[in-house]
Design a protein around this ligand. Structure first.
Ligand code: NAD
Length: 295
């Protein structure tokens, strides 16, 4: 059992912190939102009055914040984590943020004498609640080995991707593939409709042929073939289009700074931007089928 300071107790962080409590860890947490703190109390954790309060006595500090700026400020501000955490605490940022910020904050942490991991997740709110997340981890092998038992209380698959920033790199590369493949599958179904090809027939054939991919076989964007996919409940999220757009923008920013060519990533970012601006930010990302289909 370890003392854990948990900062950011929202849709993901709340259930993740609750799973740490369930596994026997002593969790002290902080969030700017009072209801999130109340939920931590109800799940058996101890709400703190500030970031410093939550992390001061922790052996592990876990953060699950919206974006890079929040992470920079939570770690680097005068009363933030680097100023308040106990010597020897291991810092684990599970937020999805840009690679540059992840590397910068990790190096600030090292300057302050702390080891740090970037450990973004996939699996969404259901994975956070069910402790079945996948963690993609960047940082030293030693820090990874130390964090692994803790991460196992919140997830099922824990993978070290490489040094600092590699977890974020893996996450955005994966999600760029997902955004592109989802739009590809949507276009194929829209074309099939116009050609008079039955959707189930296309699914049966493509899922056993070279068009096979997760967006088709596990998350099919048209109702029918995959009963659990959001298409069967009018594209209720799931993984929102806004989240997909956020991750695609991170991928595009990383591609620009690394001089990588990602023309399909750029096109996917543009399409998801239009889809979100059209009032669909809160819909599931597979709902882009209706947008691509155009009718
Ligand atoms: P959320 O908005 O529900 O939660 C973020 C929480 O951080 C909020 O409760 C907010 O009050 C708190 N917060 C912000 N600044 C703070 C500060 N300075 N101190 C303390 N608390 C602060 O977001 P979420 O859905 O939980 O996502 C968190 C992260 O996980 C994001 O980076 C997101 O991209 C990533 N993620 C989300 C999902 C998903 O399906 N929701 C899936 C994978 C990854």
């Amino acid at each position: 059992m370890a003392a854990v300071g948990f900062v950011g107790l929202g849709n993901m962080g709340g259930p993740m912190a609750a799973n740490l409590v369930k596994a026997g860890h002593a969790v002290r947490g902080f969030d700017l939102a009072a209801p999130a703190l109340e939920r931590l109390g109800a799940s058996g954790g101890r709400p703190g009055g500030s970031i410093a309060d939550a992390v001061r006595e922790a052996e592990f500090v876990v953060t699950m914040l919206p974006a890079g700026d929040h992470v920079r400020s939570a770690y680097g501000s005068a009363d933030g984590i680097l100023a308040a955490a106990a010597p020897g605490a291991l810092l684990v940022d599970c937020s999805t943020i840009d690679v540059t910020t992840a590397r910068d904050v990790s190096s600030l942490a090292a300057d302050a004498g702390f080891e740090m991991l970037d450990a973004p997740v996939s699996g969404g709110v259901a994975g956070a609640a069910g402790a079945s997340l996948t963690f993609m981890v960047g940082g030293s092998e030693r820090a990874f080995a130390r964090a692994e038992p803790l991460l196992s209380a919140m997830g099922r698959t824990i993978v070290r991707a490489g040094e600092a920033g590699a977890g974020q790199a893996a996450k955005i590369c994966n999600n760029m593939m997902l955004g592109i493949s989802m739009i590809g599958v949507c276009e194929a179904f829209a074309l099939a409709d116009r050609l008079g090809l039955d959707r189930q027939r296309l699914f049966d054939i493509a899922s056993k042929s070279s068009g096979q991919c997760w967006s088709l076989t596990s998350y099919c964007p048209v109702p029918g073939p995959v009963p659990t996919s959001p298409a069967n409940r009018d594209y209720q999220a799931g993984f929102t289009a806004a989240m997909m757009l956020k991750d695609l923008r991170l991928a595009l920013g990383a591609a620009l700074s690394a001089d990588a060519n990602v023309p399909l990533g750029a096109a996917a970012t543009e399409l998801y931007g239009l889809y979100c601006a059209d009032g669909n930010a809160g819909a599931d990302f597979s709902g882009i089928f209706k947008f691509v289909d155009g009718r």
